[in-house]
Ligand binder design. Structure first.
Ligand code: ATP
Ligand code: MG
Length: 255
């Protein structure tokens, strides 16, 4: 069965897109057919796999509005077994337009249904908000993966995310699980990062992935080349850590 993972945290710049792109690419390399869904009007996941925003005519926006089937916007990427459903800036409007639509929270889930047979994984990159786009991702997903940056205030806002997950579970998607909390941008030389990692583990125990994503310059550089880090520098710490995360996800069957 296809596993659908939403990468969510309403806090900005915590590594959602980096995780969506590089986990997607790593699952693809493990020969798991994966669909990366870019649900953020910033379209960073799309450009991160080489699809520039201005070359996309139809995106997830038209799909959510019911104007085109998802299959028609999906494209191959350079990365093996990784396809993309791209975003465009129109998605900003979707936040407002969805408000008046029927079944506004389940439009992505409905759109995904006909393509699920083609994929082992769907990875959804969410915008940094808890609006209707993220709500659609949580309603479609089996699990939510929460990236947390190893810095002071890392857990700030986490309680509103967790209560949104609780609400979605109670109202729309009873099967929704916390797939795991992922520590990102970890710098072992920074004592504060060590303390934050410890504290998150104390709070959330085995809901925290064993894999920790280090701060790695290759991860920050690869998007400007339109490539997942695996295609940019396969030997980098960034690449090996996302491969390890994919392995952990495949092994524990948690998602
Ligand atoms: P937004 O909330 O704006 O969508 P985000 O949560 O998707 O942001 P990213 O875009 O993945 O976060 O990361 C924020 C910035 O940090 C980017 O410039 C990215 O290249 C960089 N970055 C992410 N992870 C790492 C890492 N492990 N090491 C170094 N740089 C990183
Ligand atoms: Mg992002």
């Amino acid at each position: 069965m296809t596993r659908i993972l939403a990468i969510a945290n309403q806090k900005g710049g915590v590594g959602k897109t980096t995780t969506a792109v590089n986990l997607g690419a790593s699952l693809g390399v493990a020969e798991k057919r994966t669909l990366l869904v870019d649900l953020d009007p910033q379209a960073n996941a799309s450009s991160g796999v080489g699809v520039a925003r201005d070359e996309v005519r139809q995106s997830v926006y038209q799909v959510l509005m019911g104007q085109v089937p998802l299959r028609e916007v999906i494209r191959r990427t350079e990365s093996p077994h990784l396809d993309l459903a791209p975003a465009t800036i129109d998605l900003i409007g979707a936040e407002v337009e969805l408000v008046d639509m029927a079944a506004r929270e389940s439009r992505l889930a409905k759109a995904l249904a006909p393509v699920l047979a083609d994929y082992a994984f769907v990875v959804i990159d969410c915008p940094p908000s808890l609006g209707h786009l993220t709500l659609n991702a949580l309603c479609a997903a089996h699990g939510v993966l929460i990236p947390l940056q190893c810095e002071y205030y890392a857990m700030e806002g986490l309680s509103s995310l967790l209560s949104t997950v609780e609400h979605v579970r109670a109202s729309y998607n009873p099967g929704l699980e916390i797939a795991g909390i992922l520590l990102t941008m970890f710098d072992p030389r920074n004592r504060l990062a060590l303390q934050v990692a410890d504290e998150v583990r104390r709070h959330f125990g085995d809901r925290v992935f064993r894999t920790i994503i280090p701060r790695n310059v290759r991860l920050a550089e690869s998007p400007s080349h339109g490539k997942p880090v695996l295609l940019y520098d396969i030997a980098s710490k960034g690449a090996t850590s996302y491969l390890e995360l994919a392995k952990e996800i495949l092994a524990n069957g948690r998602d």
